[in-house]
Design a protein. Structure first.
Length: 361
């Protein structure tokens, strides 16, 4: 037996090539074949769980690749003749890296598109906003737990830290009143659901599309493509107008007809405007109001009020443009002039000589 052991020691690749070279080759193998190892593991998992997803489409595919790179580095270091204290630190760092990778893998499944979150939010009206808010809370909790474990791995005594939260909590509460207020306001917004991500809203002087909601604030993309961040505490005390929840859009305008327009022409024009609006499929017929609203010093004013069955603002402008063009064409056909503000000025001349000069001329 000792004879065979001696032969093995002679042909042992570690003794033949050296530990440094073997460590480098081991690390190199893990780097080169990391994708192959990840594919094999995921295929086995998918086969057991009867999942038809491809390994490269998995959310943990990249995380597994990083794991095998760090695993190869860890095993390569352990092959070297390093001091025991160094090995203890290497073990600690490797465990920390594993904790971070596992946390990242777990958080990759915490999305609003996850099945378990969809089942929870299937009866929620404002599911997109609620889904994002819940996902961020859960991810924050997962990272908090991971941070606690990492600090324990590094040897920190957390009992004193927890005891210090009493005094620290008082200081933080005074320094972060606005942040806490925004966090509580965020919960109120999530419960009240005044808007959803993708809605066009108006808050105070700001108007735009909601693109994100966090614990502290929301972000909207304004009409000029600028990104505006509004604290949640501001939203709860301001009036919020949600333009995306309109059922229809109101259109109101006035036609100023010249004073030369006869009453017969005005009556005929009123009937024809109503007919044009009724024939427009985008106009809600029950909302059409057309009438002679006012007679001013220079015009007869026809007021038109209606609602357009179109929520999208760009499409609403297109329908409004068509209505204006049809009415202007009708006014031209009826040979009616539109009025513009005019004023007649009479100058009284009190000089008798100038009157005589004018008469002689």
């Amino acid at each position: 037996m000792e004879y065979f052991q001696a032969i093995f020691n002679e042909i042992n690749p570690v003794n033949f090539l050296g530990k440094e070279i073997m460590a480098f080759l081991l690390f190199f193998i893990f780097v080169i074949f990391r994708k192959l190892f990840s594919n094999i593991i995921l295929k086995i998992v998918f086969w057991v769980t009867k999942n038809k997803q491809k390994p490269k489409e998995s959310k943990v595919y990249k995380t597994l690749n990083y794991y095998f790179v760090f695993l190869g580095l860890y095993l390569a270091i352990r092959m070297l003749n390093v001091p025991f204290e160094t090995l203890v630190k290497v073990d600690c760092y490797f465990r920390i890296i594993c904790i971070i990778l596992v946390t990242n893998a777990v958080n990759s499944f915490i999305t609003k598109d996850a099945k378990w979150i969809k089942r929870y939010l299937e009866h929620q009206k404002n599911s997109a906003t609620a889904g994002n808010f819940i996902c961020k809370i859960i991810r924050g909790m997962v990272w908090t737990i991971s941070g606690y474990i990492i600090m324990k791995e590094l040897g920190f005594d957390l009992s004193g830290l927890i005891a210090g939260f009493g005094l620290g909590g008082v200081i933080l509460s005074l320094a972060a009143q606005d942040t806490v207020k925004s966090l509580l306001s965020g919960a109120v917004i999530l419960t009240d659901k005044p808007f959803d991500i993708g809605d066009c809203i108006e808050i105070g002087t700001h108007k735009g599309t909601v693109i994100d909601m966090t614990f502290r604030s929301i972000r909207i993309k304004a009409i000029d493509n600028s990104i505006v961040t509004i604290p949640n505490s501001t939203i709860t005390v301001e009036c919020v107008v949600n333009w995306s929840r309109l059922q229809s859009r109101r259109l109101e305008f006035v036609l100023n007809l010249s004073m030369d327009t006869t009453s017969e022409k005005i009556k005929n024009l009123l009937e024809k405007i109503k007919l044009i609006l009724r024939n427009n499929s985008q106009v809600l017929e029950d909302t059409i109001q057309v009438g002679l609203d006012e007679i001013s010093s220079y015009s007869s004013d026809i007021k038109v009020v209606l609602y357009i069955n179109e929520i999208d603002f760009a499409k609403f402008l297109k329908v409004k443009e068509g209505i204006y063009c049809d009415i202007l064409e009708l006014v031209e056909i009826e040979n009616i002039d539109l009025a513009y503000p005019t004023q007649t000025v009479y100058v009284k001349n009190t000089d008798p000589e100038s009157k005589t000069d004018i008469q002689n001329s």
